[in-house]
Design a protein around this ligand. Sequence first.
Ligand code: 8YV
Length: 324
Amino acid sequence: MKRPRMLIAMPLAQTTMERLAEGGDVTVIDPGEVGEDAFQNALASHDGVLCSAMQGIPDGCLERASKRLRVVSNFGVGYDNVNVALATKCGVRVCNTPGILSDAVAELVMLLVLALARRLDDASAFVRGGHWGTASFPLAHDISGKTLGLIGFGRIGRAVADRALAFNMRVMASDLRDIAEGPWEQVPLETLLAEADFVSVHVNLSQATRGLIGEETLGRMKRSAYLVNTSRGPVVDTTALRQALASGAIAGAALDVTDPEPPAPDDSLLSMPQVIITPHVGTGTVETREKMGDMAATNLIESLAGRRPPAVVNQVDLQLAGDA
Ligand code: 8YV
């Protein structure tokens, strides 16, 4: 069988690169450096690509590339960067890296919840600004006894719930599917918004969830509540969020993802003291990124070798050339 050509658009561990090289001919590309056009042209001359889950693959590009391209192996759990229905139609398998990154994202969520409650940014800036003293720094809030509302209760939402329960929080979740029974309550979204002290978003970005957190949703939250978003920026309507924060409709927000990414330098969110923004680093740990690279590589190698890889997104079981 001809050796497959693989396009690798993420930096990976040496051992992972060696494994890929055993499975086929590897081209390394940095889309940020070569530009989108060069990346998209390169796709058409490869059998598979391993790229960031944030690397957009427009429909036209996918259609053109699908004369040869068989696999898009995402480095990440999200797959809103590619039209999966179209990929399926074009015979392109889409893979992702679920599960292994849930702990890392859940840890960041807890960090953000705690940072909002305890005013970590302000406290740090206070000391750096030459101040000190328990009496002069404004009091913060406990998270113990508070309610965490999880919008979306997949693997990551569940991992957040486990941690929040250990912090003695009450956990409620809203999800379209029935969720497993446990020490949490499944509630309608309206109840969650009305009762949660912290609302954390854990849904995929899709047509159904784009702008899910908008003027109406934010208006239903308590004025004392905080929003945490580590999912995808466009799930939150940024204009409505700016407005809700500026008017005091909610108390604050922590965003690991924004719309657009990165935010414009003059975005008012960047100068609001009640807002924490981190640069899309939910999975950004050495351990987790290594596991993601490994899994994304396995997804690519196995697919191109005609075997079933660990994580496929397409609903339809595509038979790739050579599939057993
Ligand atoms: C990554 C992600 O930050 O898993 C996802 O869906 O968005 C992230 O893990 C991204 O793919 C790395 O570029």
